[in-house]
Design a protein. Structure first.
Length: 196
């Protein structure tokens, strides 16, 4: 009976680990399906390759985190950070946040993404350190938005400055949610270590 319970638990865990890969495959199919029904969606091979590579990278990052720990808060923190990074990259490639996608000011967001990558390596992806790193990422995101607004970058866009303000708030909130989840993961780890 105990073996049966362990088997169903492992099977459930395996199903949850497959979920990101299944979602990624479905997301990759969406543009293809949309192209069958509308002329507004016109992707070429390069678009599918870039989107597929991004999905592969996002799923691989989450899979690595899932293998590193069984801590649900840590996995959720990684999931939120990966989704935020994915959306930030995709928006910049597709339409740009500061003006159009061709505006070189959008390259400042590469600096935002460098913070969690380099910071994560420095703190060895430990939850307490990652909480601080993701808070710093939110600060970097806000800093880029403030620079864009103060310098008038992208001001020729129809929705300037609302787009920059809204997206800066949106991404900063995602980074802060991830930081909060990492902080919870650190607390769970500390309390588990303190238990006899």
């Amino acid at each position: 009976m105990a073996g049966s319970a362990e088997g169903s638990s492992g099977q459930r865990r395996h199903s949850w680990r497959l979920a990101p890969w299944i979602i990624a495959a479905l997301l990759l199919l969406l543009p293809l399906i949309a192209m069958l029904f509308t002329d507004d969606m016109n992707w070429d091979e390069t678009d599918f390759i870039v989107f597929g590579a991004m999905l592969l990278g996002a799923c691989a990052a989450y899979e690595l985190a899932a293998r590193m720990t069984g801590n649900t808060a840590y996995r959720a923190a990684v999931g939120v950070a990966v989704v935020a990074a994915f959306i930030l990259i995709w928006m910049n490639l597709a339409v740009g946040i500061i003006g159009s996608e061709d505006n070189p000011a959008n390259l400042m967001y590469a600096g935002v993404l460098a913070v969690p990558i380099l910071g994560g390596l420095i703190v060895r992806f430990r939850p307490h350190g990652m909480a601080r790193v993701l808070a710093a990422t939110a600060l970097a995101q806000t800093f880029v938005g403030v620079i864009a607004l103060m310098a008038g970058l992208g001001s020729t866009g129809a929705n300037w400055p609302r787009v920059i303000v809204a997206l800066t708030g949106f991404f900063s909130a995602l980074w802060l949610i991830s930081a909060w989840l990492f902080r919870n993961a650190a607390r769970e780890r500390a309390s588990a270590g303190a238990a006899p």
